[in-house]
Design a protein around this ligand. Structure first.
Ligand code: NDP
Ligand code: GDR
Length: 381
Protein backbone atom coordinates (compact mmCIF):
# COMPACT_ATOMS: atom_id res chain seq x y z
CA UNK A 1 0.00 0.00 0.00
CA UNK A 2 1.22 3.52 -0.87
CA UNK A 3 2.24 5.59 2.14
CA UNK A 4 0.03 8.59 2.83
CA UNK A 5 1.20 12.08 1.98
CA UNK A 6 0.42 15.06 4.21
CA UNK A 7 1.03 18.79 4.02
CA UNK A 8 1.45 20.62 7.32
CA UNK A 9 1.28 24.42 7.28
CA UNK A 10 2.87 25.97 10.38
CA UNK A 11 5.35 23.09 10.50
CA UNK A 12 7.89 25.16 12.46
CA UNK A 13 5.40 25.82 15.29
CA UNK A 14 4.73 23.82 18.45
CA UNK A 15 1.96 21.66 16.97
CA UNK A 16 3.65 21.38 13.57
CA UNK A 17 6.67 19.77 15.23
CA UNK A 18 4.69 17.22 17.25
CA UNK A 19 2.35 16.42 14.36
CA UNK A 20 5.30 15.89 12.00
CA UNK A 21 6.81 13.41 14.48
CA UNK A 22 3.48 11.60 14.79
CA UNK A 23 2.83 11.30 11.05
CA UNK A 24 6.41 10.26 10.26
CA UNK A 25 6.07 7.52 12.88
CA UNK A 26 2.96 6.39 10.99
CA UNK A 27 5.02 6.14 7.76
CA UNK A 28 3.58 9.27 6.14
CA UNK A 29 5.58 11.44 3.80
CA UNK A 30 5.33 14.91 5.33
CA UNK A 31 5.62 18.16 3.38
CA UNK A 32 6.00 21.11 5.72
CA UNK A 33 5.35 24.69 4.69
CA UNK A 34 7.56 27.23 6.44
CA UNK A 35 7.96 30.98 6.10
CA UNK A 36 11.18 32.54 4.99
CA UNK A 37 12.91 34.10 7.96
CA UNK A 38 16.14 36.07 8.29
CA UNK A 39 17.20 33.64 11.03
CA UNK A 40 16.83 29.87 11.17
CA UNK A 41 13.31 29.16 12.42
CA UNK A 42 13.39 25.35 12.30
CA UNK A 43 14.69 24.65 15.80
CA UNK A 44 11.64 22.58 16.74
CA UNK A 45 11.98 20.28 13.71
CA UNK A 46 15.74 20.13 13.18
CA UNK A 47 15.84 16.60 14.59
CA UNK A 48 13.49 15.50 11.78
CA UNK A 49 15.51 17.17 9.02
CA UNK A 50 16.63 14.90 6.18
CA UNK A 51 19.37 15.70 3.74
CA UNK A 52 17.45 16.60 0.55
CA UNK A 53 20.01 14.61 -1.44
CA UNK A 54 18.92 11.27 0.03
CA UNK A 55 16.62 9.16 -2.12
CA UNK A 56 12.89 9.34 -1.35
CA UNK A 57 13.04 11.70 1.63
CA UNK A 58 9.97 11.52 3.86
CA UNK A 59 10.24 14.97 5.44
CA UNK A 60 10.35 17.78 2.91
CA UNK A 61 10.18 21.52 3.58
CA UNK A 62 8.78 24.14 1.20
CA UNK A 63 8.87 27.90 1.51
CA UNK A 64 5.36 29.28 1.66
CA UNK A 65 2.99 31.68 3.32
CA UNK A 66 -0.71 31.64 4.06
CA UNK A 67 -1.00 35.11 2.55
CA UNK A 68 0.24 33.90 -0.87
CA UNK A 69 -2.39 31.90 -2.74
CA UNK A 70 -0.31 31.19 -5.83
CA UNK A 71 2.42 29.67 -3.72
CA UNK A 72 -0.07 27.52 -1.76
CA UNK A 73 -1.79 26.37 -4.95
CA UNK A 74 1.53 25.41 -6.55
CA UNK A 75 2.68 23.39 -3.54
CA UNK A 76 -0.67 21.58 -3.25
CA UNK A 77 -0.60 20.83 -6.98
CA UNK A 78 2.95 19.44 -6.79
CA UNK A 79 2.36 17.37 -3.66
CA UNK A 80 -1.20 16.08 -4.39
CA UNK A 81 -1.65 15.43 -0.66
CA UNK A 82 -4.03 12.95 0.97
CA UNK A 83 -4.29 15.25 3.98
CA UNK A 84 -3.63 18.91 4.74
CA UNK A 85 -3.26 20.08 8.32
CA UNK A 86 -3.67 23.86 8.35
CA UNK A 87 -1.82 24.84 11.51
CA UNK A 88 -0.20 28.06 10.32
CA UNK A 89 -1.46 31.22 12.00
CA UNK A 90 -0.55 34.41 13.74
CA UNK A 91 -1.47 32.58 16.92
CA UNK A 92 -0.96 35.15 19.69
CA UNK A 93 -4.23 36.61 20.96
CA UNK A 94 -2.68 39.75 22.49
CA UNK A 95 -0.56 40.47 19.39
CA UNK A 96 -3.68 40.20 17.20
CA UNK A 97 -4.89 43.48 18.72
CA UNK A 98 -1.70 45.09 17.35
CA UNK A 99 -1.86 43.33 13.95
CA UNK A 100 -5.58 42.85 13.24
CA UNK A 101 -5.44 43.13 9.47
CA UNK A 102 -2.52 40.75 9.05
CA UNK A 103 -4.19 38.32 11.46
CA UNK A 104 -7.42 38.38 9.42
CA UNK A 105 -5.44 37.80 6.24
CA UNK A 106 -3.31 34.90 7.49
CA UNK A 107 -5.71 33.21 9.93
CA UNK A 108 -9.01 33.89 8.14
CA UNK A 109 -8.41 34.26 4.40
CA UNK A 110 -5.42 31.89 4.60
CA UNK A 111 -7.83 29.04 5.30
CA UNK A 112 -9.98 30.03 2.34
CA UNK A 113 -6.88 30.02 0.11
CA UNK A 114 -6.19 26.39 1.01
CA UNK A 115 -9.79 25.23 0.60
CA UNK A 116 -10.14 27.02 -2.71
CA UNK A 117 -6.82 25.67 -4.02
CA UNK A 118 -7.94 22.11 -3.25
CA UNK A 119 -11.27 22.74 -4.98
CA UNK A 120 -9.79 24.40 -8.09
CA UNK A 121 -7.16 21.67 -8.47
CA UNK A 122 -9.92 19.05 -8.58
CA UNK A 123 -8.74 17.46 -5.32
CA UNK A 124 -12.03 17.93 -3.40
CA UNK A 125 -12.64 14.19 -3.17
CA UNK A 126 -9.03 13.16 -2.53
CA UNK A 127 -7.58 15.66 -0.07
CA UNK A 128 -8.83 15.82 3.51
CA UNK A 129 -8.39 19.11 5.35
CA UNK A 130 -7.91 19.76 9.05
CA UNK A 131 -8.49 23.34 10.23
CA UNK A 132 -6.87 24.43 13.51
CA UNK A 133 -9.87 26.00 15.20
CA UNK A 134 -9.77 27.21 18.75
CA UNK A 135 -11.57 27.55 22.06
CA UNK A 136 -11.04 31.31 21.65
CA UNK A 137 -14.17 31.15 19.44
CA UNK A 138 -16.25 30.80 22.62
CA UNK A 139 -14.86 34.07 24.01
CA UNK A 140 -17.37 35.71 26.30
CA UNK A 141 -18.90 32.90 28.32
CA UNK A 142 -22.25 31.73 26.92
CA UNK A 143 -22.35 28.34 28.66
CA UNK A 144 -19.96 25.90 30.35
CA UNK A 145 -18.50 23.44 29.69
CA UNK A 146 -18.09 24.48 26.06
CA UNK A 147 -19.01 21.85 23.47
CA UNK A 148 -19.54 21.61 19.70
CA UNK A 149 -22.99 23.20 20.13
CA UNK A 150 -22.05 26.14 22.36
CA UNK A 151 -22.53 29.50 20.58
CA UNK A 152 -19.44 31.52 19.65
CA UNK A 153 -18.68 35.05 20.90
CA UNK A 154 -15.12 35.88 19.80
CA UNK A 155 -13.25 38.50 21.83
CA UNK A 156 -10.14 39.34 19.78
CA UNK A 157 -9.12 39.97 16.16
CA UNK A 158 -7.49 36.53 16.35
CA UNK A 159 -10.72 34.84 17.41
CA UNK A 160 -12.78 36.73 14.82
CA UNK A 161 -10.36 35.66 12.05
CA UNK A 162 -10.51 32.07 13.31
CA UNK A 163 -14.31 32.29 13.30
CA UNK A 164 -14.24 33.06 9.57
CA UNK A 165 -11.88 30.12 9.08
CA UNK A 166 -14.20 27.86 11.08
CA UNK A 167 -17.27 28.70 9.02
CA UNK A 168 -15.57 28.69 5.63
CA UNK A 169 -14.35 25.16 6.44
CA UNK A 170 -17.91 24.10 7.31
CA UNK A 171 -19.20 25.82 4.17
CA UNK A 172 -16.77 24.08 1.81
CA UNK A 173 -17.67 20.75 3.40
CA UNK A 174 -21.38 21.36 2.87
CA UNK A 175 -21.15 23.09 -0.53
CA UNK A 176 -18.60 20.85 -2.25
CA UNK A 177 -18.73 17.62 -0.25
CA UNK A 178 -15.13 18.10 0.87
CA UNK A 179 -13.68 16.19 3.82
CA UNK A 180 -12.90 19.38 5.76
CA UNK A 181 -13.05 19.47 9.58
CA UNK A 182 -12.49 21.81 12.48
CA UNK A 183 -10.67 20.66 15.57
CA UNK A 184 -11.80 23.14 18.23
CA UNK A 185 -8.76 22.71 20.41
CA UNK A 186 -8.47 24.19 23.87
CA UNK A 187 -5.09 25.52 25.07
CA UNK A 188 -2.33 22.97 24.74
CA UNK A 189 1.21 23.44 25.87
CA UNK A 190 4.58 21.67 26.00
CA UNK A 191 8.30 22.34 26.35
CA UNK A 192 8.08 23.52 22.71
CA UNK A 193 5.44 26.16 23.48
CA UNK A 194 6.26 29.70 22.25
CA UNK A 195 7.99 31.70 24.98
CA UNK A 196 5.36 34.47 25.18
CA UNK A 197 2.34 32.26 25.91
CA UNK A 198 1.50 32.28 29.57
CA UNK A 199 2.50 28.72 30.54
CA UNK A 200 5.93 28.86 28.94
CA UNK A 201 6.51 32.38 30.20
CA UNK A 202 5.84 31.04 33.71
CA UNK A 203 7.94 27.84 33.46
CA UNK A 204 10.88 29.78 32.01
CA UNK A 205 10.67 32.51 34.64
CA UNK A 206 10.22 30.06 37.52
CA UNK A 207 13.35 28.18 36.42
CA UNK A 208 15.37 31.39 36.09
CA UNK A 209 14.14 32.76 39.42
CA UNK A 210 14.99 29.49 41.15
CA UNK A 211 18.50 29.66 39.72
CA UNK A 212 18.98 33.34 40.58
CA UNK A 213 19.06 34.43 36.91
CA UNK A 214 15.92 36.61 37.10
CA UNK A 215 14.37 38.65 39.93
CA UNK A 216 10.67 38.80 39.14
CA UNK A 217 7.97 37.61 36.77
CA UNK A 218 5.63 40.34 35.43
CA UNK A 219 2.14 39.09 34.60
CA UNK A 220 -1.25 40.23 33.34
CA UNK A 221 -4.66 38.86 34.38
CA UNK A 222 -4.08 36.16 37.01
CA UNK A 223 -7.77 35.33 37.30
CA UNK A 224 -8.22 33.97 33.77
CA UNK A 225 -9.10 30.26 33.69
CA UNK A 226 -7.88 27.90 30.99
CA UNK A 227 -8.36 24.24 30.13
CA UNK A 228 -4.72 23.28 29.58
CA UNK A 229 -3.62 20.03 27.95
CA UNK A 230 -0.39 18.63 26.50
CA UNK A 231 0.28 19.29 22.79
CA UNK A 232 1.48 15.69 22.31
CA UNK A 233 -2.02 14.44 23.15
CA UNK A 234 -3.72 17.06 20.99
CA UNK A 235 -1.89 16.25 17.74
CA UNK A 236 -3.20 12.67 18.12
CA UNK A 237 -6.71 14.10 18.04
CA UNK A 238 -5.91 16.10 14.86
CA UNK A 239 -4.82 12.90 13.14
CA UNK A 240 -7.88 10.96 14.33
CA UNK A 241 -10.26 13.69 13.10
CA UNK A 242 -9.07 13.03 9.54
CA UNK A 243 -9.38 9.21 9.81
CA UNK A 244 -13.19 9.00 10.26
CA UNK A 245 -15.93 7.82 7.89
CA UNK A 246 -17.56 11.25 7.83
CA UNK A 247 -16.03 14.70 8.26
CA UNK A 248 -17.12 16.41 11.48
CA UNK A 249 -16.00 19.08 13.94
CA UNK A 250 -14.70 18.16 17.39
CA UNK A 251 -13.91 19.84 20.69
CA UNK A 252 -10.56 18.65 22.07
CA UNK A 253 -10.02 19.49 25.75
CA UNK A 254 -9.29 17.95 29.14
CA UNK A 255 -12.48 19.13 30.89
CA UNK A 256 -10.44 20.65 33.74
CA UNK A 257 -9.88 24.38 34.16
CA UNK A 258 -7.22 26.19 36.22
CA UNK A 259 -6.55 29.84 37.01
CA UNK A 260 -3.34 31.46 35.77
CA UNK A 261 -2.45 32.21 39.41
CA UNK A 262 -2.70 28.51 40.26
CA UNK A 263 -0.59 27.52 37.27
CA UNK A 264 2.12 29.83 38.64
CA UNK A 265 1.73 28.44 42.15
CA UNK A 266 1.95 24.84 40.93
CA UNK A 267 5.01 25.53 38.77
CA UNK A 268 6.96 27.11 41.62
CA UNK A 269 5.80 24.33 43.98
CA UNK A 270 7.14 21.73 41.54
CA UNK A 271 10.55 23.40 41.91
CA UNK A 272 10.30 23.38 45.73
CA UNK A 273 9.18 27.00 46.19
CA UNK A 274 5.87 27.88 47.87
CA UNK A 275 4.26 31.17 46.83
CA UNK A 276 1.62 33.20 48.65
CA UNK A 277 -0.39 35.74 46.68
CA UNK A 278 -1.55 38.93 48.41
CA UNK A 279 -3.02 42.25 47.32
CA UNK A 280 -5.65 42.91 44.69
CA UNK A 281 -5.78 43.69 40.98
CA UNK A 282 -2.70 45.58 39.84
CA UNK A 283 -1.25 45.50 43.35
CA UNK A 284 -1.27 41.73 43.62
CA UNK A 285 2.11 40.15 44.32
CA UNK A 286 3.47 36.63 44.73
CA UNK A 287 5.86 36.15 47.66
CA UNK A 288 8.08 33.22 48.61
CA UNK A 289 6.59 31.80 51.82
CA UNK A 290 8.50 28.51 52.10
CA UNK A 291 11.23 26.52 50.37
CA UNK A 292 11.68 22.77 50.32
CA UNK A 293 15.43 22.32 50.61
CA UNK A 294 15.28 18.59 49.89
CA UNK A 295 13.44 19.24 46.63
CA UNK A 296 15.83 22.05 45.64
CA UNK A 297 18.73 19.72 46.27
CA UNK A 298 17.12 16.95 44.25
CA UNK A 299 16.77 19.32 41.28
CA UNK A 300 20.28 20.78 41.63
CA UNK A 301 19.04 24.24 42.66
CA UNK A 302 21.33 26.05 45.12
CA UNK A 303 19.63 27.79 48.04
CA UNK A 304 20.71 31.43 48.22
CA UNK A 305 19.51 34.92 49.15
CA UNK A 306 17.46 35.09 45.99
CA UNK A 307 15.11 32.50 47.56
CA UNK A 308 14.84 34.22 50.96
CA UNK A 309 11.37 34.04 52.53
CA UNK A 310 9.36 37.20 51.81
CA UNK A 311 11.03 37.85 48.42
CA UNK A 312 8.51 39.20 45.88
CA UNK A 313 8.84 37.15 42.70
CA UNK A 314 5.52 37.79 40.91
CA UNK A 315 4.26 41.30 40.06
CA UNK A 316 1.55 42.69 37.80
CA UNK A 317 2.26 44.76 34.70
CA UNK A 318 -0.89 46.15 33.11
CA UNK A 319 0.66 45.99 29.62
CA UNK A 320 -0.11 42.26 29.64
CA UNK A 321 -3.86 42.83 30.03
CA UNK A 322 -5.98 42.52 26.90
CA UNK A 323 -8.58 45.07 25.73
CA UNK A 324 -11.18 42.30 25.84
CA UNK A 325 -10.41 39.14 27.81
CA UNK A 326 -11.62 35.55 27.63
CA UNK A 327 -12.13 34.82 31.32
CA UNK A 328 -13.17 31.18 31.46
CA UNK A 329 -12.59 28.21 29.18
CA UNK A 330 -13.50 24.65 30.07
CA UNK A 331 -14.14 22.15 27.32
CA UNK A 332 -16.44 19.18 27.04
CA UNK A 333 -14.51 16.51 25.10
CA UNK A 334 -17.31 13.90 25.22
CA UNK A 335 -17.73 13.72 21.44
CA UNK A 336 -13.99 13.27 20.83
CA UNK A 337 -13.88 10.57 23.49
CA UNK A 338 -16.89 8.69 22.15
CA UNK A 339 -16.35 9.01 18.39
CA UNK A 340 -12.56 9.25 18.08
CA UNK A 341 -11.69 7.13 21.10
CA UNK A 342 -9.43 10.04 22.09
CA UNK A 343 -8.49 10.70 25.66
CA UNK A 344 -5.65 12.86 27.00
CA UNK A 345 -2.76 10.96 28.60
CA UNK A 346 -1.25 13.92 30.45
CA UNK A 347 -2.68 15.64 33.54
CA UNK A 348 -1.89 19.29 34.30
CA UNK A 349 0.69 18.19 36.88
CA UNK A 350 2.43 16.02 34.27
CA UNK A 351 2.40 18.93 31.82
CA UNK A 352 3.92 21.28 34.39
CA UNK A 353 6.58 18.70 35.29
CA UNK A 354 7.52 18.26 31.62
CA UNK A 355 7.77 22.00 30.96
CA UNK A 356 9.41 23.00 34.24
CA UNK A 357 12.12 20.32 34.04
CA UNK A 358 12.86 21.19 30.44
CA UNK A 359 13.27 24.90 31.22
CA UNK A 360 15.22 24.20 34.41
CA UNK A 361 17.75 22.08 32.46
CA UNK A 362 17.96 24.77 29.77
CA UNK A 363 18.87 27.50 32.24
CA UNK A 364 21.09 25.28 34.37
CA UNK A 365 23.19 24.93 31.22
CA UNK A 366 23.29 28.73 30.86
CA UNK A 367 24.21 29.12 34.50
CA UNK A 368 27.08 26.69 34.07
CA UNK A 369 28.32 28.64 31.05
CA UNK A 370 28.09 31.87 33.05
CA UNK A 371 30.12 30.35 35.86
CA UNK A 372 32.73 29.31 33.31
CA UNK A 373 33.01 32.92 32.12
CA UNK A 374 30.84 32.87 28.99
CA UNK A 375 28.68 35.99 28.78
CA UNK A 376 25.33 34.31 28.14
CA UNK A 377 23.56 36.97 30.23
CA UNK A 378 23.41 39.05 27.05
CA UNK A 379 20.70 36.73 25.85
CA UNK A 380 18.42 37.59 28.74
CA UNK A 381 15.71 40.18 28.37
P1 NDP B 1 2.66 28.47 16.91
O1 NDP B 1 2.53 29.94 17.06
O2 NDP B 1 3.65 27.72 17.72
O3 NDP B 1 2.95 28.13 15.36
C1 NDP B 1 2.35 28.84 14.33
C2 NDP B 1 2.99 28.43 13.03
O4 NDP B 1 2.40 29.18 11.96
C3 NDP B 1 4.49 28.70 12.96
O5 NDP B 1 5.10 27.68 12.21
C4 NDP B 1 4.54 30.02 12.19
O6 NDP B 1 5.76 30.22 11.51
C5 NDP B 1 3.44 29.77 11.19
N1 NDP B 1 2.93 30.97 10.53
C6 NDP B 1 2.50 32.12 11.10
N2 NDP B 1 2.05 32.97 10.16
C7 NDP B 1 2.21 32.35 8.97
C8 NDP B 1 1.96 32.71 7.64
N3 NDP B 1 1.44 33.90 7.31
N4 NDP B 1 2.24 31.82 6.65
C9 NDP B 1 2.77 30.62 6.95
N5 NDP B 1 3.05 30.22 8.20
C10 NDP B 1 2.78 31.08 9.20
O7 NDP B 1 1.20 27.87 17.13
P2 NDP B 1 0.74 26.44 17.70
O8 NDP B 1 1.61 25.40 17.13
O9 NDP B 1 0.58 26.56 19.17
O10 NDP B 1 -0.73 26.34 17.10
C11 NDP B 1 -0.98 25.73 15.84
C12 NDP B 1 -2.32 26.21 15.32
O11 NDP B 1 -3.34 25.84 16.22
C13 NDP B 1 -2.44 27.72 15.14
O12 NDP B 1 -3.27 27.94 14.02
C14 NDP B 1 -3.15 28.18 16.40
O13 NDP B 1 -3.86 29.37 16.15
C15 NDP B 1 -4.07 27.01 16.63
N6 NDP B 1 -4.43 26.73 18.01
C16 NDP B 1 -3.46 26.59 18.97
C17 NDP B 1 -3.81 26.24 20.24
C18 NDP B 1 -2.78 26.09 21.31
O14 NDP B 1 -3.17 26.11 22.49
N7 NDP B 1 -1.51 25.91 20.99
C19 NDP B 1 -5.21 25.99 20.62
C20 NDP B 1 -6.14 26.13 19.52
C21 NDP B 1 -5.75 26.47 18.27
P3 NDP B 1 7.07 30.85 12.28
O15 NDP B 1 7.69 29.70 13.03
O16 NDP B 1 7.88 31.34 11.15
O17 NDP B 1 6.55 31.93 13.19
P1 GDR C 1 -4.50 32.31 24.96
O1 GDR C 1 -3.08 31.95 25.58
O2 GDR C 1 -4.72 33.77 24.84
O3 GDR C 1 -5.50 31.53 25.76
O4 GDR C 1 -4.35 31.73 23.47
P2 GDR C 1 -2.05 32.78 26.47
O5 GDR C 1 -1.15 31.76 27.07
O6 GDR C 1 -1.42 33.90 25.71
O7 GDR C 1 -2.98 33.43 27.61
C1 GDR C 1 -3.74 32.65 28.51
C2 GDR C 1 -4.33 33.54 29.58
O8 GDR C 1 -3.29 34.02 30.43
C3 GDR C 1 -3.52 35.41 30.67
N1 GDR C 1 -2.25 36.06 31.03
C4 GDR C 1 -1.18 36.18 30.23
N2 GDR C 1 -0.97 35.73 28.98
C5 GDR C 1 0.25 35.98 28.41
N3 GDR C 1 0.51 35.52 27.18
N4 GDR C 1 1.21 36.68 29.07
C6 GDR C 1 1.03 37.16 30.34
O9 GDR C 1 1.90 37.79 30.93
C7 GDR C 1 -0.23 36.89 30.95
N5 GDR C 1 -0.76 37.17 32.17
C8 GDR C 1 -1.98 36.67 32.20
C9 GDR C 1 -4.11 35.91 29.37
O10 GDR C 1 -4.74 37.18 29.57
C10 GDR C 1 -5.06 34.78 29.05
O11 GDR C 1 -6.26 34.93 29.73
C11 GDR C 1 -3.72 30.48 23.23
C12 GDR C 1 -3.08 30.55 21.84
O12 GDR C 1 -2.31 29.38 21.65
C13 GDR C 1 -4.13 30.63 20.76
O13 GDR C 1 -3.50 30.51 19.48
C14 GDR C 1 -5.12 29.49 20.94
O14 GDR C 1 -6.13 29.57 19.97
C15 GDR C 1 -5.72 29.52 22.34
O15 GDR C 1 -4.67 29.43 23.29
C16 GDR C 1 -6.66 28.36 22.59
Amino acid sequence: MRNKVAIITGVTGQDGAYLSELLLAKSYTVHGIKRRSSLFNTERIDHLYEDPHVENPRFILHYGDLTDSMNLTRIIQEVQPDEIYNLAAMSHVKVSFDEPEYTANADGIGTLRILEAVRLLGLSHKTKIYQASTSELYGLVQAIPQSETTPFYPRSPYAVAKMYAYWITVNYREAYGMYACNGILFNHESPLRGETFVTRKVTRAAAKIALGLQDALYMGNLDAQRDWGHAKDYVEAMYLILQQETPEDYVVATGVTTRVRDFIRKTFAFLGITLDFTGENENEIGIISAVDTVRLDELGIALGNHLALGTVVVKIDSRYYRPTEVELLIGDPTKAKEKLGWTPKHTLDMLIADMAISDLRLFQKDKLLLEEGFNVLNYYE
